[in-house]
Design a protein around this ligand. Structure first.
Ligand SMILES: [Zn+2]
Length: 337
């Protein structure tokens, strides 16, 4: 099969890799329909995270079950399925509490930007759609594997609910999905911080009530001006850089909450947060906890998070997909397998 392998900075190649096979009775093999490139894949592509040796890459996928191990009972060959960016058994003591990203028996995959994927813990990880979806639904279903669930997690972590003011730091795919999540969860005000016109447009379509293009103290000032001079009840930090984290702290009101889902690079000022009674919560999204609800919202056309994809390429052109995202020519690139 063809699968993407990262070799080092700026070097992702579509290569021939061995077809995955069932290794454990709880595994399934999924024939990929679509995969995509994540902002977090770019950390390694940009050499901000190490690549000690060539490694299959990618963790977002949807596809059709090709084969299941003897112990798999909840999915069967032929079903169209979505799996989160981490697998989980969905039965351990942490999964039962909704902490599937930290499953006691969970983990990652051997590269999902590939024509086929071995999915461990298939019963606990995969959710089948009600039927084979229309082509038009493919992008939105694919976002449920990571970005939409991650944006949702930012909003849930920050306790977003009706009547609140929410500021979203980051206008990548996750930030845009967090904007959509905040609107879906009933926030009164959703302030999207973005200075890119095409991304501002998507944010507005997703329910942003205001756009703030300024950054730093100027941006925080704009957010305060929109929130009775105090800052947002909730800030969703969807980037992870030091600058984005400082921006989130500057935009939240005293007593507010910051939901963090960007891979953390930089410290949070714990003294400042303490004295201002600001809470911080978040981490990798427990996708499985949200998957059924989000699938229902997509299937019934209440949300269309697939709008974050503005580039679609065949898997064989994965190198161009990375280049386009690295150069910010694309918000997010879908790969057809
Ligand atoms: Zn578990």
């Amino acid at each position: 099969m063809i699968g993407a392998v990262i070799h080092g900075q700026g070097d992702v190649r579509a290569e021939t890799r061995p077809d995955p096979t069932i290794a454990k009775p709880t595994d399934a093999i999924v024939r990929t329909v679509a995969a995509c490139v994540c902002g977090s894949d770019l950390w390694r592509y940009r050499s901000l995270a190490p690549v000690p040796e060539p490694k299959p890459i990618g963790h977002e996928y949807i596809g059709i079950v090709a084969e299941v191990g003897d112990a798999v009972t909840r999915v069967e060959p032929g079903q169209f399925v979505i799996g989160g960016f981490l697998h989980s058994d969905n039965t351990c003591a942490l999964c039962r509490k909704g902490a599937q990203a930290n499953c006691l028996h969970g983990g990652g995959y051997d590269g999902c930007q590939a024509e086929a994927i071995r999915v461990p813990n298939a019963d606990g990880t995969l959710v089948a759609t009600p039927g084979v979806p229309d082509d038009a639904l493919i992008p939105s279903l694919l976002t449920l594997s990571d970005v939409m669930a991650t944006g949702w997690h930012a909003a849930i972590s920050a306790g977003v609910g009706p009547g609140q003011s929410v500021a979203v730091v980051g206008d990548g795919a996750v930030g845009l999905c967090a904007t959509l999540a905040a609107a879906q969860l009933g926030a009164d005000q959703v302030i999207a911080m973005s200075r890119h016109e095409t991304r501002q447009q998507v944010a507005s379509e997703f329910g942003a009530t205001a756009i703030v293009p300024e950054r730093g103290e100027e941006g925080a000032k704009r957010v305060r001006a929109l929130t009775d001079g105090v800052g947002a009840d909730a800030v969703l930090e969807c980037v992870g850089t030091d600058g984005a984290r400082q921006q989130a702290v500057a935009c939240v009101r005293a007593g507010g909450m910051i939901g963090v889902v960007g891979l953390p690079h930089g410290e949070l000022p714990s003294h400042d947060l303490f004295w201002r009674n600001v809470g911080v919560r978040g981490g990798p999204a427990p996708v499985r906890a949200y998957l059924e609800d989000l699938l229902n919202r997509v299937w019934t056309s209440r949300i269309e998070p697939g709008k974050v994809f503005d580039l679609a390429l065949p898997l064989s052109e994965v190198a161009e997909a990375y280049r386009a995202m690295d150069e910010r020519r694309a918000i997010k690139a879908l790969l057809r397998a």
